[in-house]
Design a protein around this ligand. Structure first.
Ligand code: HEC
Length: 128
């Protein structure tokens, strides 16, 4: 092989290696830092996940699909029926709409929302 031919092939190969790879960075959503010492508030942190922008209450409202997650009704709908205090991650209110579950495909929690819900359950699912 002539030197010029070799150099031409080498140049194309290197250029190809340089420009062919396009990296797409997918940054997974990091779960929020949760301090287990700080109590999660049902009224300001949990109920707001359900009703902000009708996230869940579009369907789960009074007279709609059970459970009724509307403000003022949500707690009684969830506790104790959808809570598992022994195996907290098996709680229906946590797992049914969890991003990794195979159920409830049309609407999932964000990773951050799921983390907050689980911590609230671990803290005793209080009506605070
Ligand atoms: C588009 C309508 C719709 C929206 C929005 C919606 N859901 Fe649902 N959800 C349903 C339907 C329909 C069912 C019953 C079928 C099933 O079990 O998946 C259901 C079931 C559930 C159940 C199971 C109840 C049980 O007793 O087994 C839970 C828990 C639940 N949804 C939570 C949520 C949460 C939390 C949100 C908001 C993040 C939400 N849903 C948003 C329609 C909706």
């Amino acid at each position: 092989m002539k030197t010029r031919q070799f150099l031409a092939i080498l140049t194309f190969t290197l250029a190809g290696m340089l420009f062919s790879c396009e990296y797409v960075h997918i940054v997974p959503e990091a779960p929020p830092e949760i301090d287990p010492e700080v109590p999660i508030s049902f009224a300001t942190q949990i109920e707001t996940i359900f009703n902000t922008g009708n996230n869940c209450t579009a369907c789960h409202k009074t007279g709609g699909t059970s459970p009724d997650l509307s403000t003022g009704k949500a707690y009684a709908s969830i506790v104790p029926a959808l809570i598992n205090t022994v195996d907290t991650t098996a709680s229906i209110i946590y797992w049914h709409a969890h991003p990794s579950s195979t159920t409830h495909a049309w609407k999932k929690y964000t990773v951050g929302e799921a983390t907050i819900i689980l911590e609230w359950i671990k803290q005793g699912a209080k009506n605070n």
